[in-house]
Write a protein that binds this ligand. Structure first.
Ligand SMILES: Cc1cc2nc3c(=O)[nH]c(=O)nc-3n(C[C@H](O)[C@H](O)[C@H](O)COP(=O)(O)OP(=O)(O)OC[C@H]3O[C@@H](n4cnc5c(N)ncnc54)[C@H](O)[C@@H]3O)c2cc1C
Length: 417
């Protein structure tokens, strides 16, 4: 089958790779001059099935109010007149119940675990390099009351059979020895030993090369404009470099996916949630994290990527805005310097932002649409790197008429109707 993949982030490139491996004739178009130049460029690097959870939970509204008022807080809302933002927020609020949280998390975890296992298998088979580590992740609680409140999380982890370790202050230092300098800041931690870490951009760039070897034709500096239809099915894609025909079209435009289907008669509730990161060289090996440490207070993830450290965080609702305000940089620096002050010099960091393509309920949107020949692989929100390989494999199976290896009910567009 001839397939056109639209979008060259981690989701589009992974999809193109697995489709080609399954024997399809694949082309990929991307507006930038290479793969992973947008949200997949400098994310926090967690491959984290253990933390694969929706943002919408029963305590999210109360926490959100607190975060909005907090100095260096992790949540920012910049009200825009965009009705899509308010509609998305309302839908998200409707998912803030215990019952919805359990349903949504149960949809996300199997995909995330399948994806991590697929990535590990891919690394073994192809040697694709991405500064990967398999040393778990540590959620760190600075305040005793945060640590005392983990019973609900533990209950959910038990229910989903996810391995975890509850660590006191000394246990946290054993897992991340560089925390010995700032141990007084720590009340305790929750470690997920089966989570991995790695550089999403490096992976995407290296996988794009492997995809090329499999015959995927990649057209960069090619802007997608619109789909052409005959009323029932897609007949082609109009782009800045002409008209592309195919038997199937995969939309993987991240935060720009919703705009791309306008006029096709259905709705895709994917909205951009902006995040920021700092990347800096390790200054002192012994003072740097060995894996990911999630600072629960400021909701940042501090990840070791080879000889660099990345600090990622913040959820900002501001439409497609890509400015880099100094206050957001200061918030990341504050979290990092409170835990690993000697691990790296934040003044030497590169500051970056990206737009997470978020659904209001949490799971991504993978599968067919009401318009024939058009498939979606988008809406991965905070977990696109974690879920990339699994999502690509699921969609490859669906396009090839095969039953995917995991239960995919609740991952499609139908759940929004
Ligand atoms: C601060 C931050 C930290 C994060 N941390 C993690 C983490 O630790 N773990 C994790 O799993 N996930 C994390 N994420 C989420 C993850 O980065 C995203 O889910 C993932 O990158 C989304 O990939 P994508 O391919 O869907 O989107 P993108 O990478 O944005 O790819 C979409 C592509 O479409 C292209 N495009 C858009 N419009 C057009 C057009 N008209 N024509 C042609 N091309 C177009 C863009 O150029 C882009 O390359 C984080 C995100 C942020 C912002």
């Amino acid at each position: 089958m001839k397939v056109l993949v639209i979008g060259g982030g981690v989701i589009g490139v992974s999809t193109a790779y697995y489709l080609a491996r399954a024997g399809h004739e694949v082309q990929l178009i991307e507006r930038r001059d290479g793969p992973a130049h947008e949200t997949s460029y400098a994310n926090a690097g967690q491959i984290s099935p253990g933390y694969a959870a929706p943002w919408a939970g029963p305590d999210t509204p109360m926490k959100a109010l607190k975060w909005l008022l907090m100095r260096h807080g992790p949540l920012v809302i910049r009200p825009t007149p965009d009705p899509a933002m308010w509609a998305w927020l309302l839908r998200m609020l409707r998912n803030c119940t215990s019952a919805r949280y359990i349903v949504n998390k149960a949809r996300m975890t199997p995909l995330a675990e399948y994806s991590r296992d697929s990535l590990r298998a891919l690394e073994t088979e192809t040697g694709v390099a991405y500064d990967g580590r398999r040393r778990g992740t540590l959620q760190l609680f600075r305040q005793q009351k945060q640590f005392d409140a983990i019973a609900h999380d533990v209950d959910v982890l038990n229910r989903l059979n996810i391995r975890f370790e509850i660590l006191d202050r000394d246990g946290c230092v054993r897992a991340e020895p560089a925390l010995s300098n700032t141990a007084a800041e720590i009340a305790g931690g929750l470690r997920l030993p089966d989570d991995d870490t790695g550089d999403c951009r490096l992976f995407t760039m290296n996988l794009a090369k492997q995809a090329e070897d499999l015959g995927v034709r990649q057209h960069y500096r090619t802007v997608f404009y619109a789909f052409a239809t005959d009323g029932r099915s897609i007949t082609g894609a109009q782009t800045s470099r002409g008209f592309y025909k195919a038997d199937a079209f995969v939309l993987a435009l991240g935060s720009y996916s919703a705009a791309a289907i306008e006029g096709l008669g259905f709705e895709l509730p994917v909205y951009p949630v902006k995040g920021y990161s700092l990347t800096m060289p390790v200054a002192d090996e012994a003072m740097a994290p060995v894996s990911t440490v999630m600072d629960e207070t400021y909701k940042t993830a501090i990840t070791r990527l080879g000889d660099r450290i990345r600090v990622g965080g913040t959820a900002e609702l501001a439409g497609l805005d890509l400015r880099l305000p100094p206050a957001r940089r200061a918030a990341l620096e504050h979290s990092f310097n409170g835990l690993f002050p000697l691990g790296a010099n934040t003044e030497r960091a590169t500051f970056w932002c990206g737009l997470r393509p978020m659904t209001p309920d949490g799971p991504p949107v993978i599968g067919e649409t009401p318009v024939r020949r058009l498939y979606l692989n988008t809406g991965h929100g905070t977990l696109g790197w974690t879920m990339a390989c699994g999502s690509a494999r699921v969609l490859t199976d669906l396009i090839g008429g095969k039953i995917p290896d995991i239960n995919i009910s609740g991952l499609g567009l139908a759940r929004f109707r």
